[in-house]
Ligand binder design. Structure first.
Ligand SMILES: C[S@@+](CC[C@H](N)C(=O)[O-])C[C@H]1O[C@@H](n2cnc3c(N)ncnc32)[C@H](O)[C@@H]1O
Length: 253
């Protein structure tokens, strides 16, 4: 069994971070400072190591990872945006999604993009950093408090990549940071239909690389909210249940 498998198995059982120190030694410097341990231990290769980010930040990567469903999943988010809106996206996404979001919001609006990893901030800056209505903020989404509420907040495939306790925190922050007329959108994995051909592939990928993903198969997104009763929830599943798009609108009292 490889070191990766051992670490993943331990995380699955106890969410314990136990990477051998020999592996941690090269993971120092500005690209690693302040990065949460789960990102370094599980997702260094995918999101933290700047050399890998350089290679991976492309549309083709997103399309392959999402089994060619990227377009319609992104549209579920983009269709909610009107020019002039105040929008928060909780984490960077590879490819041109953030460019499309920024363009759709336009100069009359505000786009705040948070991410907890320096290499991701750098790439987001490169893609959209020059637009005056865009702010890219290095911040853990689990503890983000906006100065003003947003019209729209979107978590695009973040929840399945974060430890369970963070899922609760991120869902609460997304809901807290939208205004009374605002909307939260969560686009993420879901439990595939039992006979779906992709199901065994995802089972393997989750076991190998994504130790926090499988709870999304069994737990509803509202179940991560401290006050789900305060929102009107809508859920759509796509691609035989592999993906879900969940919206939450505050219920007026
Ligand atoms: C949105 S998720 C997955 C997106 C999708 N797989 C893609 O192709 O980019 C990946 C991003 O989440 C960020 N991230 C992870 N944990 C975070 C947290 N607690 N707060 C903010 N961003 C986080 C990572 O740095 C990474 O940029």
């Amino acid at each position: 069994m490889t070191t990766q498998h051992t670490a993943t198995k331990e995380l699955n059982s106890a969410h314990a971070i136990d990477t051998p120190s020999v592996l941690r030694e090269h993971r120092t410097g500005p690209y690693y400072a302040g990065v949460p341990e789960y990102m370094i231990d599980i997702y260094d290769w995918a999101y933290v190591n700047p050399k890998h980010v350089e290679i991976l930040d492309r549309n083709i990567v997103v399309w392959v990872l999402l089994f060619l469903n990227a377009g319609r999943l992104m549209r579920r988010y983009l269709d909610q945006i009107r020019p002039g809106m105040r929008v928060w996206q909780v984490a960077h996404v590879y490819g041109d999604l953030v460019k499309k979001v920024a363009a759709k919001i336009g100069p009359e609006g505000t786009f705040h993009l948070t991410d907890v990893v320096p290499a991701q901030i750098e790439h987001a800056q490169r893609k959209i950093g020059r637009e005056p209505w865009v702010r890219i903020i290095r911040q853990d989404a689990a503890s983000y408090k906006a100065e003003q509420p947003y019209d729209l907040a979107c978590s695009f495939f973040l929840l399945h990549e974060i430890p369970e306790e963070k899922k609760f925190q991120v869902v609460d922050r997304v809901l807290e940071n939208i205004g009374a007329e605002g909307r939260a959108v969560f686009v993420d994995y879901h439990g595939p239909a039992l006979l779906h051909p992709i199901r065994p592939i995802l089972k393997f990928v989750n076991w190998w690389l994504e130790p926090f993903a499988e709870t999304m198969w069994n737990n509803s997104i509202p179940s991560y909210a401290s006050h789900p009763e305060k929102y009107r929830w809508n859920k759509e599943t796509l691609f035989g249940g592999v993906y879900q798009v969940v919206t939450a609108d505050p219920i007026r009292e």
